[in-house]
Design a protein around this ligand. Sequence first.
Ligand code: FAD
Ligand code: 2HG
Ligand code: ZN
Length: 471
Amino acid sequence: MTPELLASLREVVGDAGLVTDPDQLAGYLTDWRGAYRGTASVVVRPSTAEEVAGVVTLCRDAGIALVPQGGNTGLCGGAVPDSSGQEVVLSLTRLRRIREVDPVNQTITVEAGVVLQQVQEAAAAVDRLFPLSLGAEASCTVGGNLSTNAGGTAVLRYGTMRDLTLGLEVVLPDGRVWNGLEKLRKDNTGYDLKHLFIGAEGTLGVVTAAVLKLYPALHGRATAWVALPSAQAAVDLLGVLRTLVGDRVTAFEAMSRQSVEVVLRHVAGARDPFASPHPWYALVELGDTLADAGLDGLLESALGEAFERELALDAVVASGSAQIAGLWSLREGISEAQNHEGPSLKHDVTVPVSSIAAFVAETDRALAAAVPGIRLVVYGHIGDGNLHYNLSKPVGADDEEFRVRADELARIVYDGTARFDGSISAEHGLGQSKREIVADYKDPVALQLMRGVKELLDPAGLMNPGKVLPS
Ligand code: FAD
Ligand code: 2HG
Ligand code: ZN
């Protein structure tokens, strides 16, 4: 970067908005797991949408590529710059104002750098719920949630970030600001442009603010940990619950035994609720606006039916918030705990819920044949058909010998996903990790249209290059 451009950027964002010290830069140049590393000599940290527009305009004129970054918790390397040292990281974490909370319209208007947990807390303060919930919620940002179309544990009832968004404010690659901050649930005046930017992973523009939907707060909660004989039983249990308690099912997470084992081994204080191991588990949660909705009773009678139909092998209904937190930590701890077992080969996939069991049986078999002793850390939001089909090396195996087989094992998982009409990315995006392989699994016409949109909005290719679109 030239000293002139650096001086111009400083004029726009001030000293507090520029990071050039190598020690301070380091955290912006690698992802949460240390799986992706890049280089950059400058991180720019604007604090308003106008400053973002100023930075984008200066970099466009200089032909410098920008890599938008929020909380840097993404799992596909989308927020990490390349190794050229020429890209500038554009951190949005100083855009942190909650602009408006409107409990009557059930909306909240927030800037891109607001942390997800702060949105949840602002909603709770007016007796409303912002339902998006995920393990990284204490550090991921609204801008990152929008740009990855984040999912998490409440999608089966409330939908993904896309479903929770009414309006956006976006700085376009040419520096113009699109004010699409609508608070409307109905507006049929042509193309719904916000959907282009949701899930675009920063390749079409920089999200600076959003209007998000709120829901009535939930005051009743019942949580159970259920041991299951198979993935099929998990799907069948979900069916029983939906029939008996309908939309009160707010979470339905399923985990293979090997997923739970990594948590028991690596998370301090983690405890198996049952005396003996079982093949699969489900974490089930019901919610209701009424505190006295009798959810424990409803959950117990649904579980009674599950036992009668031999879907459940054992179950514990949590009593009190400490036990609820303990059960959730068994589930939320998997991602971090697996990092202690050597390379974690991640496959965030989705198939129709009705195909989950057959997909798991077929894929488990093929993986075990390819690598005897492979550990199948398979878990996820199966109410949405979304599994994290993550793999760890056999106990005692060499890290590198396992890592070099990553592409071959990914093919096994993705070919299976394709056979069951699924997708190779459910909720984490493509980033840099899946940008090439997506060409083998996505409709070619869809990819042509995506390239056309990119060309229209970002003809110079300066917005997060090397991400999402195949080269
Ligand atoms: P970043 O990682 O900073 O960026 C992600 C992408 O968005 C990048 O491509 C970046 O360029 C782009 N971007 C960021 N901000 C902007 C902006 N303002 N404008 C334009 N582009 C932008 N994800 C789920 O969906 N469900 C889960 O259950 C889930 N659980 C997780 C659990 C753990 C422990 C961890 C570490 C991650 C988990 N994630 C999950 C992944 C991650 O938290 C989400 O992808 C999250 O939405 C990323 O937000 P972020 O602010 O960290 O974005
Ligand atoms: C989860 O559901 C996250 O825990 C992370 O989406 C999954 O680390 C992963 O693969
Ligand atoms: Zn997930």
